[in-house]
Design a protein around this ligand. Structure first.
Ligand code: SAH
Length: 344
């Protein structure tokens, strides 16, 4: 029998489990705390639990605990990990140190099937979804490695979070649980390439997280040339879903806009973008594209990025140019995993 991931179970499910094993109910909370607060990597570390009970758990379950396969540290303090999962698959996780605290960028899938033309993570397609406990274990492994607390999370690593909806939702509840590591929803950003029905579903959860949309272009011709997902959910539908999301949750949305030289970085495009999203109170994050092998795109130069930002601001749209952390260690997700695969 294949072992199940105990790190993915919520308190109710652990309650069911301990009951089914004839154990007192309070053990559910103890185990949850061992897993998500103390973040142990083996059952034997749960020192206040009966040995026979732990042995039974060990037979049926595993604790998600990735091993560090590669680790790169940038001059600016950014650390990029290639983690190996229990089944041998690899994912990437990045730690970024900001003045307000440590942010971890987590992967949600092994690979990705969205096919964005500028993105390294999608080039070999999707292998499998991550389990909720595996996503949480990325954060725990970083905390273990650095001895530092993580205060913020962005779901911007490998994978499309809304293409792994149930496990991602489960992860969000695990990671924000007061009996666990307790990272508040307000400190979490979820980024999506724009799966409209899932955005509507997420709105109904009424979470306090920040939804971030990878927009990258203000019209269908341009966006479809960069992102195949736009053929299924064109710009007008996506923006309508964003407005519904804001209305339902009362939360502002932010837009990611990766700037590609000669493709989406003209003054005219900035005006078109402003017309599209003005009045939403949304924030635009501009970032020059990180060139990846096998992609025809190159980055807009800094002057162009600044001009684009100024045009947006002039037209009443908030925009900031993102600092590029870890550019000396190819911190754009997907690159390390691919390098590793190519080296095999
Ligand atoms: N699938 C989700 C989250 C992962 S990608 C999404 O699409 O939002 C995280 C962000 O990085 C997205 O905005 C994505 O479009 C962007 N991105 C991917 N590859 C990039 C690259 N080479 N340069 C700059 N941004 C990139």
């Amino acid at each position: 029998m294949e072992k199940r991931c105990i790190s993915s179970m919520n308190l109710d499910e652990l309650g069911e489990l301990v009951r089914s094993m004839g154990q007192p109910a309070f053990r559910a909370k103890s185990i949850f705390r061992w897993l998500h607060q103390k973040q142990v990597t083996a059952f034997s570390e749960m020192t206040d639990q009966p040995k026979a009970f732990l042995a039974r758990l060990d037979e049926e379950f595993f604790i998600a605990a990735p091993v560090i396969r590669r680790r790169q540290q940038s001059k600016d303090g950014t650390v990029k990990y290639l983690f190996q999962l229990a089944d041998g698959n690899c994912i990437e996780t990045v730690l970024m140190r900001y003045h307000y605290g440590n942010t971890v960028c987590v992967s949600t899938q092994v690979g990705c099937r969205m096919g964005c033309r500028f993105c390294a993570s999608t080039q070999a397609g999707r292998v499998r979804d991550l389990l909720a406990g595996e996503i949480a274990s990325e954060i725990y492994a970083v905390q273990r490695d650095t001895g530092e607390r993580v205060s913020h999370i962005v779901l911007m690593g490998i994978g499309e979070p809304l293409d792994n909806y149930d496990e991602v939702l489960r992860f969000l509840h695990l990671i924000s649980h007061p009996e666990g590591t307790n990272i508040g929803m307000r400190n979490i950003s979820l980024s999506t390439c724009g799966l409209v029905p899932k955005i509507d579903r997420l709105a109904e959860e009424k979470l306090q997280l920040t939804l971030s949309i990878s927009l990258h272009a203000p019209n269908d011709a341009m966006r479809s040339s960069m992102m195949p997902v736009n053929d299924a959910y064109p710009v007008a539908q996506l923006i309508a879903a964003c407005r519904r999301y804001q209305k339902t949750t009362g939360r502002r949305i932010s837009f990611e806009y990766s700037m590609v030289r000669g493709v989406n970085d003209s003054e005219q495009t900035a005006r078109e973008l402003a017309d599209l999203i003005r009045g939403m109170g949304a924030h635009v994050n501009l970032i020059p594209i990180n060139p990846v092998d096998g992609s025809p795109y190159s980055a807009s130069d800094d002057a162009n990025v600044r001009r684009f930002q100024q045009t947006l601001e002039k037209l009443g749209v908030n925009a900031t140019v993102r600092r590029r952390l870890g550019s000396d260690i190819s911190a754009a997700c997907g690159q390390l995993r691919r390098e590793d695969a190519n080296a095999q």
